[in-house]
Ligand binder design. Structure first.
Ligand code: DGL
Length: 278
């Protein structure tokens, strides 16, 4: 039994991780959660490896200090550029009994389960695409089920979402442009990973331009499904998470702004607190 509050930490560079949090709370409502958005330094998608690693490590350390034993990095860019280093270099001396998980590996496992012809597409931020994390992880963990991966960077999709442009001719233009470019790279892909936490908000537009036979991997749902399975297999980690369905939102930027923009990602009114990361 846990006496101190030990929520599941959910970290993102800003708001996008809220789409993952939403699915986690839907599937695993009994746990406590602590969300941290590094809105003061967002976006991460265009930053270097070193900077994303530094910022993500600071955020993970902060969430550990808040009592989290398990942190989900609900950001593709941070998962791509920082997770492996944190798991291999930092955790062993920082907190060997705690866990930091990302969003890429669960999606890779899901792709391997659903692809029929092994031809996969990935849409993501320039940072995630340039890191080659998806192609590398798909090759490594799909047990030979993925034979080829093509990627397309969508640099404008995050700003479009954050500026409430979910349904406009401009959004249609950029979504169609990037999907067309992806399909030109390999017209036979049968599965596409929406490799950025903001993209579920563009789902109706994406569906409009994506051929209907292509299966879309919606990260939030997949991460929630895989986390449930992970916690089932790891009772020692599960035992360290406090329950009660509690929820707190932290941001490194202005909390009023966070509260109003979060409404775009969540269907509820929330209260947020501003924190400073050191
Ligand atoms: N949340 C980030 C991701 O999933 C996108 C936003 C950013 O570039 O910081 O890649």
């Amino acid at each position: 039994m846990v006496h101190r509050l030990s929520p599941i930490g959910v970290f993102d560079s800003g708001y996008g991780g809220l789409t993952v949090l939403k699915e986690l709370r839907k599937r695993l409502p009994h746990y406590d959660y602590l969300y941290l958005g590094d809105n003061a330094r967002t976006p991460y998608g265009t930053r270097s490896f070193r900077v994303v690693y530094e910022y993500t490590l600071q955020s993970v350390r902060f969430l550990f200090e808040q009592g989290c034993h398990l942190v989900v990095i609900a950001c593709n860019t941070a998962s791509a550029k920082a997770l492996r280093n944190i798991q291999q270099l930092d955790l062993p001396h920082m907190a060997p009994e705690r866990r930091v998980l990302g969003v890429i590996r669960p999606c890779v496992e899901k792709v391997a389960e659903v692809t029929r012809n092994g031809k996969v597409g990935v849409l993501g931020t320039p940072g995630t695409v340039a890191s080659l994390s998806y192609p590398i992880e798909l090759e490594k963990w799909s047990e030979g089920k993925v034979v080829s991966t093509v990627q397309e960077a969508c640099p404008l999709w995050v700003p479009l979402v954050e500026n409430y442009e979910l349904n406009s001719p401009g959004t249609d233009y950029f979504v169609e442009k990037n999907i067309t470019a992806l399909l030109e790279k390999d017209p036979e892909i049968d599965t596409v990973v929406l490799g950025c936490t903001h993209y579920p908000l563009l789902m109706p537009v994406i569906r409009k331009f994506m051929p209907p036979n292509i299966r879309l991997i919606n990260q939030g749902e997949v991460v929630a499904e895989k986390l449930e399975d992970y916690l089932h297999r790891h009772p020692e980690i599960r035992a360290n998470i406090s329950t009660g369905g509690g929820m707190r939102y932290l941001t490194t930027e202005n909390s009023d702004l966070f509260e109003s923009k979060a409404g775009l990602f969540l269907d509820e009114i929330i209260k947020a607190e501003t924190v400073v990361l050191k």
